[in-house]
Design a protein around this ligand. Structure first.
Ligand SMILES: Cc1ncc(COP(=O)(O)O)c(C=O)c1O
Length: 393
């Protein structure tokens, strides 16, 4: 067979999210779309805000000269200036345009950062449960993923981090608000992690970089605000995208911001720009860079996701299913009524409810439900949750 053994192996083990999504398509064909409740995929349902569409229309109707051409591989300078100014006001960090690399989403940004940072065999630590693509992204660049468990309430567990971070650790990935748990890390826990990492960096003889993979940083509930990723630790890179906050997941636009206090700030600017080019992205999509630059403050209406969270939580309460109330993002990570999360997923599927097993995120005994769906879908699915939980109890 022509396919690499490793890729073949990864494809068979990988992506419960995709498996469930495909199962959803099959079930919809079999029993009708209105009878299937698909909570498997985090595909934003809210349309991009009017402010964004206005800028985009103007660019299409009255295009600036050369709008579709190549530019420097990090992106347009004026775009990066606007992003740096926005982020500086938002986080308090003294970012410059040169610290910003425009990328093909947060996924593109993660690959760019890891390519710039990893030598073969270097370790990347992720906190479980975690976005499953991290394992493949680390492997793309010769890295090895190591897993630190989070605490029972999904907050950072310092003892676990202490145990898992070693001399070969180059990167710690933090994702807050978190996919799949909706947990947001507190400023205090980030501070304590930062202190641990300073000690670990000295022991390792190189700075360990924290990559904050935060595409949900604007999607936070109950008036909360995500703490600045740069405040707690100097060697930090922030990744984000407009997939979720502007509803542009298909357009592949985001950016990386190198913390101004990173020991290798200047070298990282060059290395990540090089990686953006040589990974074949070349540069982030030109039109969308320019359109998002004008609307850095904007987002889809977050209250709409908060309402969906509240509706779903009330339904799970009624079904007697335990969960921790998400502080942000658009996922719930409830506890399975039985130890085997695959069994819970199967029983839900018999009621045409599609969920992703927690095992796919490195935490057995839980399931992930994405609530970027309509109110009607949540409402109509709730009797199924109640019956499934009662059956298993
Ligand atoms: C934690 C996390 N990181 C990265 C991504 C990738 O986002 P993007 O579409 O910006 O590449 C996702 C998408 O679901 C995610 O949940």
């Amino acid at each position: 067979m022509a396919i690499a053994k490793k890729v073949n192996d990864y494809m068979t083990k990988a992506s419960w999210i995709r498996k469930m999504f495909e199962e959803g398509i099959r079930l919809k064909q079999e029993v009708g779309a209105d009878k299937v409740f698909d909570f498997s995929l985090g595909n934003p349902i809210l349309e991009p805000p009017e402010a964004f569409l206005t800028v985009l229309k103007k660019m299409i109707n009255d295009p600036p000269a050369g709008v579709h051409r190549y530019m420097g591989n990090a992106g347009h300078v004026w775009v990066r200036e606007k992003v740096a100014a926005y982020l500086q006001a938002d986080t308090g960090a003294a970012l410059e345009a040169d610290d910003i690399i425009m990328t093909c989403g947060a996924g593109g940004a993660m690959n760019v950062a890891l390519k710039a940072l990893l030598d073969p065999g270097d370790e990347v630590v992720a906190v479980a449960p975690f976005f499953p693509e991290y394992r493949f992204y680390a492997d793309n660049h010769g890295g090895v993923l190591k897993v630190a468990e989070s605490a029972e309430d999904f907050s950072l567990d310092l003892a676990e981090l202490d145990k898992t971070i070693g001399p070969r650790t180059k990167v710690l990935i933090l994702n807050s608000p978190n996919n799949p748990t909706g947990r947001m890390y507190s400023a205090e826990s980030l501070q304590a992690t930062g202190e641990l990492l300073l000690k670990k960096s000295t022991e390792a003889g190189h700075p360990i970089t924290v990559i904050c993979d935060d595409p949900y940083r604007k999607i936070v509930f109950d008036g909360a605000k995500v703490p600045s990723p740069f405040a707690a630790y100097p060697h930090t890179i922030l990744l984000t995208s407009h997939s979720k906050d502007l509803g542009l997941a298909g357009e592949r636009i985001g950016y990386a911001a190198i913390g101004p206090k990173h020991e290798d700030r200047v070298a990282l600017r060059a290395a990540m720009t090089f990686a953006n080019r040589t990974l074949g992205f070349v540069n982030a999509p030109a039109l969308f860079q320019q359109a998002v630059a004008e609307v850095q403050q904007a987002s889809v209406p977050i209250e709409a996701y908060q309402d969906l969270r509240d509706l779903f939580c009330a339904g799970l309460d009624d079904a007697g299913i335990e969960y921790l109330r998400p502080q942000g993002a658009f996922y719930l990570f409830p506890k399975s009524p039985v130890a085997d999360d695959l069994e819970f997923v199967q029983v839900l599927k018999e009621r045409y409810i599609l969920a992703v097993p927690g095992s796919g995120f490195g935490r057995k005994g839980y399931i992930r439900l994405s609530f970027c769906v309509t109110r009607q879908e949540i409402e109509a699915s709730l009797p199924g949750f109640k019956a499934a939980a009662a059956q298993l109890r």
